[in-house]
Design a protein around this ligand. Sequence first.
Ligand code: ZN
Length: 268
Amino acid sequence: MIKFKVKINLKKIILAILSFVILFMIGTIISVYMYPPKGVMIFEYHRVNDESCNIDDYSLSREEFQAHLDYFKANGYHTISLMDFIRAEKYGEELPENPIILTFDDGYEDNYTNMMPMVKVMDMKATMFMAVNYVGKENYVTWQELKEMQANGIEIGSHTANHLPLDSSEVTMDNEIKLSKLLMEWNGLKTIYFFSYPNGVYTDKAIAELKDNNYLAAVTGDAGYNTFKTDKYLLQRTNVSNNRFGFLGFKWRILKTKILYRLGINQH
Ligand SMILES: [Zn+2]
């Protein structure tokens, strides 16, 4: 009997795998630059606030937010609303080149004092998702401000009533999905059509409840591009946080969104 002694050179194998992964990633990055994905990128912001940005990961300073708006303008991106996106799909209405949607979760008052005027000056659009039981609480918008925002073209959606992830045991879908919408409409806001999942958590039950209550679409926290084929109740969204890499971190999030989409990772 002849015995073969196979000498495995672990180092060489690891090196080969590593080179393959690196080459694959470089190829993917080149591909997203040469053939950028087509679709709508939705951005997830929270606060625009010069004080809280020092202590909170979800706050951008006004200067930093302005840099994002300038970047979008300089790079040919055009802001649309979620309704523009839905109408384009339903009625074939045309969208501008490189459409993006700027969304703001939770309903902080700095969205009224800082975000709205900054977006307006740039002639851009934005969407704010309100956690409705926070209306009028410290640091959150009042009913009057909410109405003014809607009258000024800011699209308003629901972010539930109590901002609890929809898989938690204390959640009553009726309160979080149905009443949060109705409460805003009863308080004088125009019909609420859009929804944002707290902590990005969605369940089949929540999606069914959204459809039953005439919401047209909902946004997740899963990064990616949105096309007319994307599940309207699981729209992809790129999270923008106050990360320590600053503007470079923001650009990395955009690149990451493109890569995840190109590789089909966690796309709905
Ligand atoms: Zn939230």
